[in-house]
Design a protein. Structure first.
Length: 403
């Protein structure tokens, strides 16, 4: 059986990054991936400005006297343009242009306004105090966004602040989703004997929407080779990636593998992970393919750990590996040697400031309810056995797909 790292390496080595891109107005670019490095055309700030409401001063003037006259005012959008005589200060507001020659701004709380209109400074400021210099945030020519950056409520306003109205983006990934099995019925339809609801396809679609993919739903397919082949060929002709749920485990309908190999090259893997041992990946005629196990927990774990990086690569995005943290096992955990185990857990920071974690509910691959109470995976190494309370384990806090 392949390890998780081996499977990821094989997949990511095989997958290409997108090459085609289009240009969109930034108002339409949300939830796309940046296709080219973006270079700033201007300095930000574009002029020296004040970080405080107060008084712009020349340190040479204060060295002679801590009381100065007021030469005028500088407001945001309405700078001071008068004559700035020696031994005087300029009243200035936050964001206003710094008068030429000023080398500090003293905040108004440190200044006393005298009856004769002069101002007295209680402390001597440091050079450049409370002054935002040209290009302090962004310099002209800086790369502000790299290829692969998500375009969202943080990155797009940055482009707007630079006056950039358009951005090159990769096309959104088209993903076809289908489930297989005579036992599956859509949510909302009464169950008959031996039937279960098709929760995997619903969960996968929700996660794909969070990853900003365009989803093509092919519904539930019966265990019928002719219907499966027809739907599958249609799905892979419309999509960049096809995701199936069920039909990849040993003992399931033989035609699944037959059909998939007929329209492409598919590797059926047994992965050394739990849950999620049966997982399939391959290249079809017009699309890539990921086959998830039928058990709901296994399907979600393999999507999270394996399909998520596949989608990032095909979308042109930078993939962020799951954050892993050490945690104190609050309770014992059962674990068999031989597979990397992803148990659903809940972590918190205790009164001593240490992260502690415990499993949530039963850990069977068919038991989905524990996910509602969990906020992390407890990642137990392949060759590790049972865990005692007080041992250190590794956790992966859920990212936005499960949070």
């Amino acid at each position: 059986m392949l390890t998780l790292d081996q499977a990821l390496e094989k997949m990511l080595t095989a997958l290409p990054r997108p090459t085609q891109h289009q240009t969109l107005a930034i108002q339409q670019a949300a939830n796309h991936i940046c296709a080219e490095d973006v270079v700033s055309p201007i300095n930000v700030p574009s002029f020296d400005n004040s970080a405080m409401d107060g008084y712009a001063v020349r340190l040479a003037d204060l060295a002679q006297s801590m009381t100065l006259s007021v030469a005028g005012k500088s407001f945001a959008g309405n700078p001071f343009n008068g004559d700035w005589m020696p031994q005087s200060a300029v009243r200035i507001m936050t964001g206003a242009m710094i008068p030429e020659g000023a080398d500090a701004v003293v905040m108004q709380e440190e200044v006393t306004l005298n009856e004769d209109g002069t101002v007295t400074f209680s402390t001597l400021p440091k050079l450049n105090q409370n002054i935002r210099r040209v290009g302090e945030d962004v310099k002209k020519g800086d790369v502000v966004l790299t290829q692969g950056t998500p375009l969202n409520s943080v990155s797009l306003p940055l482009l707007a602040s630079l006056g950039i109205a358009e951005v090159a983006v990769f096309p959104r990934l088209k993903v076809a989703v289908l489930s297989t099995g005579d036992e599956l019925v859509p949510v909302g339809q009464p169950l008959e004997q031996g039937q279960i609801y098709d929760t995997n396809r619903f969960a996968v679609k929700l996660m794909l929407e969070k990853l900003h993919c365009d989803v093509i739903d092919f519904g539930i397919l019966p265990d019928n080779q002719e219907q499966f082949e027809k739907a599958f060929v249609e799905a892979q002709s419309q999509a960049d990636l096809v995701i199936t749920s069920g039909g990849v485990s040993v003992g399931e309908a033989d035609f699944t593998k037959t059909v998939l190999e007929k329209v492409g090259s598919v590797n059926f893997w047994k992965l050394a992970i739990k849950p999620g041992k049966p997982f399939a990946f391959g290249k079809l005629e017009n699309a890539w393919f990921c086959g998830l196990p039928g058990n709901p927990v296994s399907a979600l774990v393999t999507f999270y750990q394996l399909v998520q990086p596949v989608i990032a690569r095909l979308s042109g995005a930078h993939y962020q590996c799951p954050t892993q943290l050490p945690a104190l096992a609050k309770t014992p955990m059962k674990k068999g040697v031989g597979r990397l185990d992803f148990q659903r857990g809940f972590y918190r920071v205790n009164e001593q400031g240490q992260i502690e974690v415990e499993p949530v509910g039963f850990q069977g691959s068919h038991l989905f309810s524990a996910f509602v109470k969990a906020n992390c995976f407890i990642v137990l190494e392949q060759e590790r056995g049972n865990v005692s309370a007080g041992e250190i384990v590794t956790i992966e806090p859920f990212n936005h797909l499960l949070a």
